[in-house]
Each structure stands twice: as structure tokens, then as C-alpha cells.
Design a protein around this ligand. Structure first.
Ligand SMILES: [Mg+2]
Length: 185
């Protein structure tokens, strides 16, 4: 099966690391993100949040640990003969940081698509991905509406009812199990 996998919040435990850094920077004490858009929870403008990321980009992409079970899950899927394409909203300028991080944590990778501000849907369709693993509900909805099933990795910022076509997974073990059983619909 051709599997698409998002990076931040799915392979890289980015938000945990970023929330820690942002708390330090803004003097806040946010423990759990309620919104995918960090500027909302931290009560700052989108521009201010963007500036913080721009100024610290190398560090912020280096520090996250992998999500629990991600490396093992990816290895198991590859061993079963599945093809993995990463689809990330990071920009192509962030390719080097991303590759270095993957290497550092020994995460198997071949193709990584950097969509930047473009919709992920076009990439998912063009690359004929048969399922997408995501943590952002907005992307999950768009991809699912385009006819591609989505596995949504559970997070504090993606709670709520899901439409058919999106399956909530609580951890990587569940992701692997669902793909293995072929129970996507
Ligand atoms: Mg993500």
C-alpha cells in the first residue's frame, strides 16, 4: 500500500518540544494545546509566532524527540512491503533540518514532499497515496473529502467527532494494526 505520513505531530514529537520552548519565551505555562494553531493558545499574533519560528528554525527542528513508537511503526510497515511517502507542510527551505533530524533518529526515509503553504490534497492525489496519516484535523478533512482514507493520530488539539473516512488512532501500534488488517473503511 502507498502510505502518506505527516511529520510534525506524527513522526516528530514537535509540539511537545515547541510548547516547552514557547512557554519559556513567552513566560506562559501551557501544558496542553487546545488549538493546532500555536498562536491561538499562546495568545499572540500569527506574525509574532512566525517570527519566533523564523529566528529559531534550526533549533526548533532539531530538538524534538520522535513520537513514541513511530520509528518501530515505520519499520514494521516497510518490512510488510508498504511504500512510505512523507507529506509535510514544512517548506523546502527546511529540507536540510528535516533530513538531519531523520538521520539523527534513524528514521527510515526516501521520499519527502514539502508542501509549504500548498494544500496537501494535491500531493496526496498526485502521488496516488492510498491512505494518509495526519494529526491536523483540517488536513484530514480535506484529504478524506478527496476520497483518500485518513488515519488521525490522536492529539489534544484534534478532539471531537470525526466524519466517516477518518479513523482516530491512539498510538502508532493502532496505526500499524489497522493498516495490517486492511480495515480502513
Ligand atoms: Mg502534523
Amino acid at each position: 500500500m502507498r502510505i502518506g505520513i505527516d511529520i510534525d505531530g506524527v513522526v516528530s514529537d514537535s509540539y511537545r518540544a515547541w510548547v516547552r520552548e514557547l512557554n519559556q519565551h513567552f513566560g506562559t505555562n501551557i501544558l496542553e494545546l487546545k488549538n493546532y494553531d500555536l498562536s491561538v493558545d499562546f495568545g499572540v499574533s500569527w506574525e509574532e509566532m512566525g517570527k519566533f519560528f523564523e529566528e529559531n528554525v534550526a533549533y526548533l527542528f532539531e530538538i524534538p524527540e520522535p513520537m513514541s513508537g513511530a520509528k518501530e511503526g515505520i519499520e514494521r510497515l516497510l518490512n510488510k512491503g508498504h511504500e512510505i511517502t512523507y507529506v509535510t507542510a514544512r517548506s523546502v527551505d527546511q529540507k536540510e533540518y528535516t533530513l538531519n533530524w531523520m538521520k539523527k533518529h534513524k528514521i527510515p526515509h526516501e521520499e519527502i514532499l514539502f508542501t509549504g503553504l500548498q494544500s496537501k490534497v494535491d500531493y496526496v492525489l498526485e502521488w496516488e497515496l492510498e491512505v494518509m496519516l495526519e494529526d491536523y484535523l483540517g488536513n484530514a478533512q480535506e484529504i478524506s473529502e478527496a476520497g483518500v482514507p485518513v488515519l488521525l493520530l490522536d492529539a489534544s488539539y484534534n478532539k471531537g467527532e470525526l466524519p466517516s473516512g477518518i479513523i482516530r488512532c491512539h498510538d502508532w501500534q493502532e496505526v500499524v494494526k489497522i493498516i495490517k488488517n486492511g480495515s480502513l473503511n
